[in-house]
Design a protein around this ligand. Structure first.
Ligand SMILES: C[S@@+](CC[C@H](N)C(=O)[O-])C[C@H]1O[C@@H](n2cnc3c(N)ncnc32)[C@H](O)[C@@H]1O
Length: 328
């Protein structure tokens, strides 16, 4: 197995597809880039080391010590803003030369049992990145059975969602479900576990995390906010970790893909309307990266640069955003 790079030793979260993200953003000294998902600051640090100025955003208050460390190292070129990237063009004064979004949970969030993100660690069933609003326990103990099943199916692609929802409703009639271990055990009992397969709670935990943090809504709003914020030629790089998110990013960059056929007599008209031109094809990590960082296995990077065409209004239509009936 390849040894980790020196740069990856003792870091709380190993950045995924770091070289590829840098290539996609092509940071220049003097450019200004927004890192919308700061985490432990792996991307921010690399961008700063390339000479760019960075404004970083994260909605998890626990990242503050990592941000403070970078701020003291790069006092004139780094600043941190607490908040959600859905509002990035309100949090950061534009225009900007680049935006990077590394969607999903950090290793710190997964590793801390008390955050309640992981079925591998027993803790309160929380999953809130920002520490406010409804918890995963609130959802599993309050949604009615069919909404719960729809949620697990729509956001986690869990085919056995009805059986799981039925077991949850039966269990909570006796006592509310309070911990990650209780929920994981209950799901395993409801749908069984095949040797060699992922843990049977994987998809349900993903679905609950997405719902608790409104991750699809954040992604869509963050993409359109980036469209408003970037200069012509500015670059957007987005790393996602499952096909539902990747589909949204792909369709956002290529709104005419999959739409009605265009007349071959009007190719110019289509090109002129594009807000984005691809920088590269979708990029996945190689085996060297996935063998030293299991988190990278499902990562996919898409990037594009902004054209001069005026930004669109926010529009969820055509992006394939999953919905479930009980969603607010
Ligand atoms: C995968 S980690 C990012 C890791 C980072 N690229 C690094 O190299 O350390 C994702 C981070 O984004 C944050 N996050 C997720 N969704 C967010 C949102 N909508 N707004 C702001 N931060 C968000 C999480 O709290 C987490 O710290």
């Amino acid at each position: 197995m390849p040894k980790p790079d020196a740069s990856e030793q003792n870091v709380p979260h190993v950045p995924v597809l770091l070289a590829e993200v840098l290539e996609a953003l092509a940071p220049l000294p003097g450019s200004h880039i927004v890192d919308g998902t700061f985490g432990a600051g792996g991307y921010s640090r690399a961008l700063l080391e390339a000479g760019a100025s960075v404004t970083a955003i994260d909605r998890d208050p626990n990242v503050r010590p990592f941000a403070d460390a970078l701020a003291s190292e790069f006092p004139s070129r780094f600043n941190f803003v607490a908040g959600a990237f859905a509002e990035l063009d309100q949090l950061v004064p534009g225009p900007m030369d680049g935006v990077v979004l590394d969607i999903g949970v950090s290793s710190m969030q997964l590793d801390e049992a008390e955050r309640g993100f992981s079925f591998m660690r027993d803790g309160p069933l929380d999953m809130r990145m920002a520490g406010e609003g409804e918890t995963a326990a609130d959802l599993v103990n309050s949604l009615d059975e069919s909404d719960l099943a729809d949620l697990l199916f729509a956001y986690g692609e869990e085919r056995k969602s009805r059986r799981i929802a039925h077991s949850i409703v039966a269990a909570r009639a006796v006592e509310p479900i309070a911990t990650t271990a209780e929920l994981a055990r209950l799901i395993e009992k409801a749908i069984g576990r095949k040797p060699g397969d992922a843990h049977p709670a994987t998809r349900s935990f993903q679905a609950l995390r997405i719902a608790v943090n409104d991750e699809f809504g954040q992604l869509v709003e963050g993409l359109f906010a980036s469209e408003r914020l970037l200069v012509e030629g500015g670059r957007l790089a987005v790393v996602t970790f499952h096909s539902l998110e990747d589909r949204i990013v792909k369709r956002f960059f290529n709104p005419d893909k999959g739409g009605p056929a265009q007349s071959r007599h009007l190719p110019q008209a289509v090109t002129e309307e594009r807000r984005w031109h691809p920088v590269a094809k979708a990029v996945k990590p190689g085996t060297a990266e996935t063998s030293r960082n299991a988190r990278a296995r499902s990562a996919i990077l898409r990037s594009a640069h902004r054209t001069s065409v005026i930004a669109r209004g926010v529009n969820y239509a055509g992006l394939g955003v999953p919905r479930f009936r009980g969603a607010a």
